[in-house]
Design a protein around this ligand. Structure first.
Ligand code: G6P
Length: 369
């Protein structure tokens, strides 16, 4: 056990640090100088992807958050409509499936009971076909899907998912680019995005260097009861994932909001006892996010801001801290900004002395309903 963890104190920490390798492996021989390689979703993928006019994404937990990021990506770059839903809801309701819709399941284990049942149920709902993005080649989901893309994260032991999530994002980025190319994305833009995606392992490596600064921050959370995470656009799901990590392993109540919703409820909770973690990369929504954060500041809330290394976001002088993350580009930024949030949850949990790799009441793979 100690040998496998090597220099790391927990599997979760080891798995966080394995992410540059895991993401590089997942992209390996799938995207290159000429773009996404043919048939990476399987030899039968050509006809199916050519006919795809929309995507329904089904997953649970962290994998669901990966699906939410993909909605922002696919709608922006491939201009195809995407719906994302947790499997336990999807399987029991009457859904509408427009012609040409692809069913996409995302799962680390490939054995999550609800996700598997949802995919089986999808067979009678009239989809074009099923695609699974999964980390377990021998799993039931992979066996049953028409098309598959394996993430190559290797075994993930920590119950709180880390490298599975970022490799899912890598896989979903490949799918986004493939669909975008087929649906008229400008070739130059396509080439630039492919190039950006290949920089993801390096960008994650840089983000990992924030660990010492995050350890310092973590002390601030030890006696907190609650935390609020904010993000906008594709970083709203990143905020959701950050809050899920914190609650899973530190047992601090955390929730995430799209920052624009702040005034519609959560602002009522903000005072000096409420740390507010903001994911604030540069982009068209940064100014809007800044004014959301101003609302928090005005109420004495302590801000922890993860901002772009290229500046843009002011430092939160006096009322919190700003950590700089080199995003590597706005397409890959959600995967990069996830990393400091994982480290934050991890170090808060370590300080609180919880069982980081085996949080109470949770299981790695939920194989019963
Ligand atoms: C459990 C795990 C989570 C995981 C979720 C979905 O809740 O604790 O880490 O995200 O199941 O699992 P899957 O294997 O389908 O991705």
């Amino acid at each position: 056990d100690a040998v496998e963890r090597g220099e790391y104190r927990h599997y979760m920490q080891k798995e966080i640090f394995e992410q540059p390798r895991a993401v590089a492996d997942t992209l390996e021989a799938r995207v290159g100088a000429h773009g996404v390689l043919p048939n990476i979703f399987g030899i039968d993928s050509e006809a199916l992807l050519a006919a795809t006019r929309g995507v329904h994404i089904i997953a649970c937990g962290t994998s669901y958050h990966a699906g939410l990021v993909a909605k922002y990506w696919i709608e922006e770059f491939a201009r195809l409509p995407v719906a994302v839903e947790v499997a336990s809801e999807y399987r029991y309701r009457e859904t509408v499936v427009p012609p040409g819709t692809l069913f996409l399941a995302i799962s680390q284990s490939g054995e999550t009971a609800d996700t598997l049942a949802a995919m089986r149920e999808s067979r009678r709902r009239g989809y074009l076909g099923t695609l699974v993005i999964c980390n377990s080649p021998e799993s039931s989901l992979v066996r049953e899907a028409d098309l598959k893309l394996m993430t190559r994260a290797g075994p993930e032991i920590g119950v709180a998912s880390t490298k599975a999530f970022t490799t899912q994002l890598a896989g979903l980025a490949l799918l986004t680019l493939e669909l975008a190319r087929r649906n008229g994305l400008d070739p130059q833009r396509y080439a630039a995005l492919c190039e950006e995606l290949q920089r993801l392992p390096r960008a994650i490596e840089n983000a990992l260097k924030l660990e010492p600064a995050i350890i310092e921050l973590a002390g601030d959370f030890i006696h907190r009861q609650h935390a609020l995470f904010l993000g906008r656009g594709a970083h709203y799901p990143v905020a959701l994932e950050g809050s899920l990590k914190l609650k899973e392993i530190s047992y601090i109540h955390a929730e995430a909001y799209p920052a624009g919703e702040l005034k519609h409820g959560p602002l009522a909770l903000v005072d000096e006892n409420m740390p507010v973690v903001a994911v604030a990369p540069n982009g068209p929504l940064l100014d809007k996010l800044k004014s959301n954060l101003q609302e928090v500041r005005a109420r004495g809330g302590r801000l922890i801001v993860f901002a772009d290394g290229a500046a843009g976001m002011d430092d939160t002088a006096g009322n919190g801290v700003t950590l700089r993350v080199q995003s590597g580009g706005s397409f890959i930024a959600p995967a990069v900004f996830t990393v400091p949030l994982q480290l934050l949850a991890y170090h808060v949990a370590v300080l609180r002395g919880t069982d980081v790799d085996q949080p109470r009441n949770l299981a790695k793979s939920v194989t019963v309903e």
